[in-house]
Ligand binder design. Structure first.
Ligand SMILES: [Zn+2]
Length: 179
């Protein structure tokens, strides 16, 4: 059992309706290859989310979740039946991305405004503020409106696209449980 589980204080409240233990207070995720879009939204919300390469064997995906203490989010029931399944697999039974997001939100009472736009949607690396070093920022952008990824060298402009995505995150949060 990993130390986070044994420590107890890092566990999510017992009210979590997954039937499983959540690895950490701030959950980390591993989305299987059928749920890439969901995984990208988790990154947009600021959650550390790994997306395994296409074709990775089920047992390797599960081993990755255990080693890195991540929720393995999947629609594959066989993964949930594995020995480590009850602790690490978060099985979604909905079809379609929005329905899956809704189900996940309900199960973990997930906050989609946790840390929006703090990590790269493409590669999961935390963003840095300002323009990419060595690049000439576009004239209409002030350094405060730019983010960049040191891994995949993308510059991200906090413009209307971000406003639309933030609106979407707010919509997801309407599916949270009201306690
Ligand atoms: Zn990146």
């Amino acid at each position: 059992m990993p130390p986070e589980h044994a420590a107890g204080h890092n566990l999510m409240p017992a009210t979590v309706e997954t039937g499983a233990l959540c690895p950490l207070d701030t959950p980390r995720f591993l989305c299987d290859e059928m749920l890439q879009g969901l995984g990208e939204w988790l990154r947009v919300a600021g959650y550390d989310t790994r997306l395994p390469e296409t074709g990775t064997e089920d047992r390797d995906v599960l081993a990755m979740a255990v080693a890195e203490n991540r929720w393995l989010v999947t629609r594959d029931r066989a993964l949930a039946l594995h020995r480590d399944g009850p602790l690490y697999v978060l099985l979604l039974e909905s079809g379609g991305q929005d329905a899956c997001i809704r189900e996940l939100t309900g199960k973990l009472n997930l906050d989609w405004l946790h840390a929006p736009f703090s990590r790269c949607k493409r590669c999961n690396t935390p963003f840095r503020e300002g323009p990419l070093p060595g690049s000439s920022a576009s004239p209409e952008s002030s350094p405060q409106t730019l983010l960049h990824c040191t891994q995949c060298h993308q510059t991200f402009w906090k413009g209307s696209h971000v406003r639309r995505m933030r609106e979407k995150l707010r919509e997801f949060n309407r599916w949270r449980r009201t306690e």
